[in-house]
Design a protein around this ligand. Structure first.
Ligand code: FAD
Length: 312
């Protein structure tokens, strides 16, 4: 019997982004489950919910303090009560919850997983490792399998009234964590507007200087595109930090991404690989970015972008 629990924080500002990540994961993994349950941390009975790929057979919601320690204790109670074999998490907290829950329940954990395949008593997961230089396939046997899913692009999951009535889970008293003397919740950063942009102009160190980046910003506006950047650009303070794409920044999924003056390093490439169409502009015909592009233009990015902006 394959029981799956999807665990989301319904009160987090990233709730629908988390749901979208789980949804993309379900689509890639093509899991078949006898029972697919949605477990929600929520202060109130959830009304509108994301429509996930796969029939959710049960929705359970539970109110807990926003503390990993309290949530893990509740999740362990729910795990014992409903016995899922697979528990899927998303979001910034997801990795911590998955790892600590697996440790507590004697199961196995893996973070930032892209897809999985279950064969009998083995769960095989695929994930990017070594800064996206390699893709690893790892086998896990000890259950429950506690996984956090990889970050992905724009939130496109549909939202609507739930066809299944949500049941409240009332945990038994949670032991005080005496060692936890104080806790502070840091404000959650606003989701970058980049994750919802339809057209993105992503620039790299080839842009040259802060002045040239300001000119490119103007061209991006003319083209109706949002400006994004690789790490050297933001580290040089040529543009704002929230423009960063890649492993340490945003992951985008626009209709079109123009990548200009970027070499295409794996740490950057992970940020744009969900784009539907990629145009690469680089003066080096051997640049790695061309391997990822649908269209490649060898030339000076400033000349090409100016011509493109004039033509549009
Ligand atoms: C732990 C870790 C995390 C990292 N996370 C990130 C991350 O999240 N995002 C990220 O971007 N990087 C990240 N990096 C850095 C990453 O490894 C690369 O160093 C970085 O992406 C390179 O940026 P770039 O392509 O802009 O610069 P470069 O590699 O210097 O490439 C510049 C490119 O511009 C071309 N060029 C130069 N002038 C022109 C011109 N006039 N016209 C056209 N082409 C031109 C050159 O041919 C070259 O290909 C991370 C690194 C580490 C170790």
């Amino acid at each position: 019997m394959m029981n799956i629990a999807l665990i989301l924080d319904a009160d987090a500002s990233s709730f629908y982004a988390q749901a979208n990540q789980i949804n993309q994961f379900l689509q890639l993994s093509q899991l078949t489950a006898e029972s697919l349950e949605l477990w929600l941390f929520s202060d109130e009975k959830p009304q509108s919910l994301p429509r996930l790929d796969g029939e959710v057979t049960q929705i359970r919601w539970v109110t807990t303090p926003r503390l990993a320690e309290a949530r893990i204790a509740v999740l362990e109670q729910m795990r014992q009560a409903f016995e899922p074999r697979l528990m899927l998490f998303a979001g910034d907290e997801g990795g911590e919850l998955a790892t600590r829950l697996a440790c507590r329940s004697g199961g196995s954990a893996c973070c930032a997983v892209e897809r999985l395949h279950i064969n009998g008593n083995e769960c095989r997961v695929t994930k990017a490792v070594y800064g996206n230089h390699l893709t690893a396939e790892l086998a896990m046997t000890r259950e429950p399998w506690c996984l956090s899913v990889a970050r992905s692009g724009a939130a496109s999951v549909e939202i609507g009234p739930s066809p299944v009535v949500a049941q409240r889970f009332k945990p038994t008293k949670i032991a005080d964590a005496e060692w936890l003397l104080a806790s502070v919740s840091s404000p959650q950063p606003e989701a970058s507007t980049l994750s919802r942009a339809r057209y993105v102009l992503a620039i790299g160190e080839g842009a040259g200087s802060a002045q040239q980046v300001a000119q490119v910003q103007q061209l991006a506006s003319n083209m109706g595109a949002e400006l994004a950047a690789s790490r050297p650009v933001v580290m040089n303070a040529w543009c704002e930090m929230d423009r960063l794409l890649g492993m340490s920044g945003a992951i985008i999924a626009p209709e079109v991404c123009i990548a200009a003056g970027v070499s295409g390093s794996p740490a950057f490439a992970i940020g744009i690989r969900h784009s539907k169409f990629i145009v690469a502009i680089n003066q080096d015909p051997q640049a790695a970015i061309f391997a990822q592009a649908d269209v490649g233009i060898v030339g000076d990015m400033h000349e090409v972008l100016t011509a493109l902006s004039d033509a549009l």
